[in-house]
Design a protein around this ligand. Structure first.
Ligand code: SAH
Ligand code: SF4
Ligand code: F3S
Length: 513
């Protein structure tokens, strides 16, 4: 038994010997509900970075003999938050389970971006009523972006009394306290901070894969696009310090990870909030490209802050891949104005032109909203024509969904649903056509594929992605999973490529700087 294990065991014993009374310091009914009005505020105060946060030893061992289950909705940011939440559960002694029926704690990490995202969560919560009835000791929790909305918390309080805990996106590190409170209290424990907290660097995390990893570079969003709930649910923009990000990516490289995706709601605003240094996304990418890891991506880019220096750095290539996800939302300048995107159709096209000159083979993908209030047929046609003009290789397309508390929700949602659906259908047909066209270009080409595992549809074939994020399926031995391989494309489809293994890329020992 090593020293660390001995310390852990003694801490666990200490916890087991405690009586309920010893926890009285944590026993105060917590009711801190969210407020979107508060969440809208943007203060000037500096962010404190906590590099030495530790879980209170009093809580260690709390999960011994207990299992947790987490279901995640929403974006990569939420997926990554789940990795942190899982890390906290494991530190507390819980083990993970994929079977909701055998879980002692069930947690839904939720997304508020559109109404149907929220409906999925309420549907899922409905299923848990029976689980709670059969086993009243199970703790059911809701966290993530929906928790930050008072309308959601009120609805849960009114109709979903099977829920025991609600916490938000800013106080994940408080999970041990919140759980303890839930074990000791009969009331629903609600602790949601509407003002963003500090940046906590040292939270534990269990990454889901061993090949690709997510790394947060910033939190929050200050863009306030008129339709979007994210600036309210994720707080103000706060960038992590460069040295912490570089250190994390170095560590991932030395652990054998092959790809890192840098995460932020608007990564191009990275560093804008530093008072003491001028260091932006281009600078960060320029430093990260020196790390011995084969691929580095970033998502999501807001066109407004995409600067020339970043483009220049991307042309150095190496581990900086040729794929840029650049949400446009609409091709009509007047719609973009109503959406408060802060760029025009022409400015977007100019940025695309610059990117294409610098990186002619870059794959461009985007997000588009159809049926925003007042969108005319002509304005929608402008979106169609912009899509063709740019030649996007893929897009996530959405029907506008009013989000309570946002400025757009006050505009009349005046486009009939059948028109919205028709527009979406037409756009999706174009998205499919251009995707198939982009795939066709790969025919007979030899491409570099990061092999991620067996194909989900057919375990006889391997699956991986090109630097431009194209899915490739090909036959090959399982030993090459986690490696880069050169594959010759023999067939192209709308959403994927098929090919033959040519060779595994040489010299792929785990790199340490
Ligand atoms: N920060 C990212 C977007 C995150 S949300 C960015 O600005 O690019 C992902 C996508 O969801 C958005 O790009 C937008 O297309 C869509 N979206 C956001 N709010 C929406 C709403 N109220 N209705 C429909 N789609 C929405
Ligand atoms: Fe939402 Fe706009 Fe921020 Fe993206 S940039 S998260 S769409 S407010
Ligand atoms: Fe959804 Fe929150 Fe992400 S609203 S898209 S989970 S930031």
């Amino acid at each position: 038994m090593n020293e660390e294990q001995r310390l852990y065991n003694s801490q666990v014993k200490e916890v087991e010997n405690k009586t309920e009374k010893d926890y009285s310091q944590y026993f105060e009914s917590v009711y801190v509900p969210p407020s979107l009005k508060e969440a809208k505020k943007r203060g000037k105060e500096d962010i404190t970075y906590h590099k030495d946060f530790v879980i209170d030893p009093d809580f260690l061992g709390m999960g011994n003999g207990r299992k947790f289950f987490i279901r995640t909705f929403g974006c990569q940011m939420n997926e990554h938050d789940t990795e942190v939440i899982a890390g906290i559960f494991l530190s507390l002694g819980y083990t993970s389970t994929d079977n909701v029926q055998e879980a002692n704690v069930i947690l839904l990490n939720t997304c508020a971006i559109r109404e149907n995202a929220e409906n999925k969560v309420f549907g899922e919560l409905g299923h848990y009523k029976k689980i709670k009835r059969d086993n009243p000791d199970v703790i059911i929790g809701v966290c993530g972006c929906m928790s930050q909305e008072e309308s959601v918390v009120n609805k849960i309080l009114k109709t979903y009394n099977q829920v025991d805990i609600i916490f938000g996106t800013h106080n994940i590190h408080r999970l041990p306290n919140i759980l303890m409170e839930a074990y000791l209290s009969k009331e629903m424990v609600i602790e949601v901070w509407s003002k963003e907290g500090d940046v906590i660097e040292s939270l534990p995390r269990v990454r889901r894969g061993k090949i690709k990893a997510w790394v947060n570079i910033m939190y929050g969003c200050d863009k306030f696009c008129t339709y979007c709930i994210v600036p309210y649910t994720r707080g103000k923009e706060r960038s992590r310090r460069p040295e912490d990000i570089i250190q994390e990516v170095r560590q991932l490289a030395s652990q054998g990870y092959r790809e890192v995706t840098l995460l932020g709601q608007n990564v191009n605003a990275y560093g804008k909030d530093f008072n003491d240094l001028t260091y932006r996304l281009g600078d960060l990418m320029n430093d990260l490209r020196l790390i011995d890891i084969p691929r580095i991506r970033f998502t999501t880019s807001h066109p407004r802050d995409f600067d020339d220096y970043l483009i220049e750095v991307l042309t150095k290539r190496g581990n900086l891949v040729e794929h840029i996800h650049l949400p446009v939302q609409s091709g009509s300048t007047s719609m973009l104005k109503l959406m408060a995107r802060k760029y025009s159709r022409e400015q977007y096209l100019e940025l695309v032109r610059k990117i294409k000159i610098a990186l002619p083979d870059a794959a461009l993908t985007t997000d588009i909203i159809v049926g925003f209030p007042n969108e005319t047929d002509e304005q929608f046609e402008e979106t169609m024509s912009l899509y063709e003009e740019v030649g996007f290789e893929h897009a996530f397309t959405y029907i506008y969904s009013p989000r309570e508390g946002t400025p757009a929700a006050k505009m009349e949602d005046n486009i009939p649903m059948d028109i919205k659906k028709q527009r979406l259908q037409r756009l999706n047909n174009l998205v499919n056509d251009l995707s198939a066209k982009a795939m066709h270009v790969y025919n007979e080409q030899i491409v570099e594929v990061l092999v991620e595992g067996e194909s989900r549809k057919n375990s006889d074939v391997l699956a991986g992605y090109t630097r431009t994020s194209k899915l490739v399926n090909f036959a090959g031995p399982n030993e090459i999973i986690g490696k880069l391989a050169m594959v010759k494309i023999t067939k192209t489809k709308t959403w994927s490529l098929e090919g033959e293994l040519i060779e595994v890329v040489a010299g792929q020992e785990v790199g340490v700087l």
